[in-house]
Design a protein around this ligand. Sequence first.
Ligand code: KIV
Ligand code: ZN
Length: 381
Amino acid sequence: MSRKIQIFDTTLRDGEQVPGSKLRPNEKLEIVRELDLLGVDIIELGFPCSSPDDFKVFKLVGGEVKRPVFCALSRAVESDIKMAGEALAYVKHGRIHTGIGTSPSHIKYKFNSDEDKIIERAVAAVKYAKTFVEEVEFYAEDAGRSDNVFLARIFEKVIAAGATVLNVPDTTGYCLPSQYGAKIKYLYENVKGIHKVVVATHCHNDLGLATANTIAGIENGAGQVECTINGVGERAGNTSLEEVAMIIKQHELGLHCNIVSERLTNISDLVSNKLNIAVQPNKAIVGKNAFSHSSGIHQDGVIKHRETYEIIDPAEVGAGQSQIILTARSGRAALDFAAKKTGHTLNQNHLQLVYDKFIHVADQEKNISYDRLSELIKTVI
Ligand code: KIV
Ligand code: ZN
């Protein structure tokens, strides 16, 4: 039986923390509409105590979008939790996401505290959050660098206090996949009551391992993935939603999720425009070059049989068709293919003549458009 992975999108909270990317409530609403159509299960809308806009957006969105669970972030601070609870009064399904740092450096330097006092604050925060909503997610900030024995202790206490989801953030993107996977496994084996709640992954990308760590987490039992569109987020960003969704789809992991993959390119463009953050061309799944082929050997292979060099049909992620880009690395197979697209059928002799001319022009002009090729053909035949 396939296990369902809940997709928790935090583009509008963790993702929006990127400098210069602050969104107004109506812009968040536009993205929420798309996240809803994409099939995201939980949408983290903001941090209500951080600014009036972050509070207002719950009312605006809650009045229109009813299906997903909407999540409000708070620290383990009474006034934060109260504002999160008040903001969630406007949505149909609400969740408070509260928590506290659990690693040695957070406990010592951020809080000048000790493990027992951190547990007390965590338990009090969860109990208070429960007075507003049934669904309370507890995050152990910097869990990636926290001691597993302490994590197990604090998680056990917050479950007893009513937490329904345990979030295990690798806040600094430090873990290796084997370490992060082992952490989730350890928690399943050592936390009383853990099977009654959902365990969430929340991985940052400082070492480029966010997606790999997330997959290690769900392979070891986690049931919720926290991620952002295009992997946007502070510093090197968060786990990218589109990567996780397509890994779950492409591999036989005994897992599934509700993401409508055909909508991924569209939402990637929307988020990129709204946050004013360009997507790198070689970004997996949604980069401009993710389905482009420019070297002769690859072009020949793709033209003969697309799967030779593509593991995903671009149509499956809403990216249209594979692209054969004409460059100085292209060969005769690509030229013949592009010539046909522009209405020219070349015999072997003409193809060789066009190729001889093309290769000199391509050395000067980098990419040759199909229109430019058509002009070249006309000068040769
Ligand atoms: O990275 C992190 O630890 C967070 C928490 C606030 C969940 O974003
Ligand atoms: Zn984060």
